[in-house]
Write a protein that binds this ligand. Structure first.
Ligand code: ADP
Ligand code: CP
Length: 305
């Protein structure tokens, strides 16, 4: 039995509430397969499109981004918790599923606060993005060839405040949904923690959590079966595995765009090097069970670990 953290990418969530519910019904099937095999499962998820939607909808209420991430954790956590519990019941597996509002400590002096780079919200045309910038002052970037998106600060996750609660729930045999949307960024001010104006990358915080709660595997599930070099080109090569050294070489050769594959590969390197026998797998949701036995996905491992 392994302790596995599953980070769900945007393709598992869709673009509307009804689409999200439908997609998650399918997403929980391979996750339940892992639970049925006896693995301990922790689920994290993204929130880029959803946190942008919530923030836009609440513009006139001046709602801070930290509160918007908290709302996205509740909204996505509810759907995930609901459909996973039903899938477990269908298979007569008696387990509790719980979503945890999760705060992640960041540094108030993190450079990211002066340099917003995390894309959130929908993909826009250049004209739409320029209009949004004029109206609300939001900066935007071109996101990995997929369109223009608003960008917000994305500080590095330093600690997960609720890590002990996650471990306790796992030890009790419960399935935990946590660190949604990268977690709510908070800054320590003496004994208090206050919400920070940013959105943490869910792959980075998932990796941090996986380290802290001593996972064996982190699965980063996304829209492709494997990480590739020369992605989208005629000479594309899909990788079934890479050592952390090889992954660093590919990063130096600019093989992974910062807005999409780079955070996953960096997380894979950090996690694989953080302890003995820790492995990261990047692959598609549908092939999760094959990935666990090396038949799909890209496994990132550390030679020395
Ligand atoms: N070198 C690469 N190998 C595989 N996929 C890549 C690569 N570079 C970019 N991609 C794209 O990055 C996507 C994953 O990033 P993204 O969609 O932002 O993640 P998430 O699923 O977490 O939302 C893949 O589905 C693929 O389209
Ligand atoms: N918070 C976060 O990283 O969300 P996405 O994965 O949807 O970008």
């Amino acid at each position: 039995m392994s302790r596995i953290l599953i980070a769900l990418g945007g393709n598992a969530l869709g673009n509307s509430s009804s689409e999200q519910l439908q997609l998650l019904k399918a997403a929980v099937v391979p996750i339940t397969d892992l639970i049925e095999k006896g693995h301990e499962v922790i689920i994290t998820h993204g929130n880029g499109p959803q946190v942008g939607m919530i923030h836009d909808a609440l513009t006139s209420h001046d709602m801070p981004l930290a509160e918007c991430t908290a709302m996205s954790q509740g909204y996505i956590g509810f759907h995930l918790q609901n459909v996973l519990k039903s899938e477990l019941a269908r298979r007569s597996i008696d387990k509790e599923v719980v979503s945890l509002v999760t705060q992640v400590v960041v540094d108030e002096h993190d450079e990211a606060f002066r340099n917003p780079q995390k894309p959130i919200g929908p993909f826009l045309t250049l004209e739409e993005a320029e209009e949004l910038e004029r109206r609300n002052g939001y900066p935007f970037i071109e996101d990995s060839g997929r369109g223009y998106r608003r960008v917000v600060p994305s500080p590095e996750p330093l600690d997960i405040m609720e890590k002990e609660s996650v471990s306790t729930l796992l030890d009790k045999g419960h399935i935990v949904i946590t660190g949604g949307g990268g977690g709510i960024p908070v800054i320590r001010k003496g004994v208090e923690c206050v919400g920070a104006e940013g959105v943490i990358d869910k792959d980075y915080s998932s990796g941090k959590l996986a380290e802290l709660i001593d996972c064996d595997y982190i699965f980063m599930l996304t829209g492709v079966d494997r990480v590739a070099i020369n992605f989208g080109k005629k000479n594309q090569e899909n990788l079934s595995s890479m050592s952390t050294e090889e992954a660093r070489t590919h990063i130096q050769a600019d093989q992974f765009p910062p807005g999409s594959m780079l955070p996953k590969v960096v997380t894979g390197i950090r996690f694989a090097e953080s302890g003995k026998n820790r492995k990261a797998i990047i692959g598609s949701l549908e092939k999760t069970t094959e990935a666990l036995v090396g038949k799909s996905g890209t496994i990132i491992y550390c030679m020395e670990a």
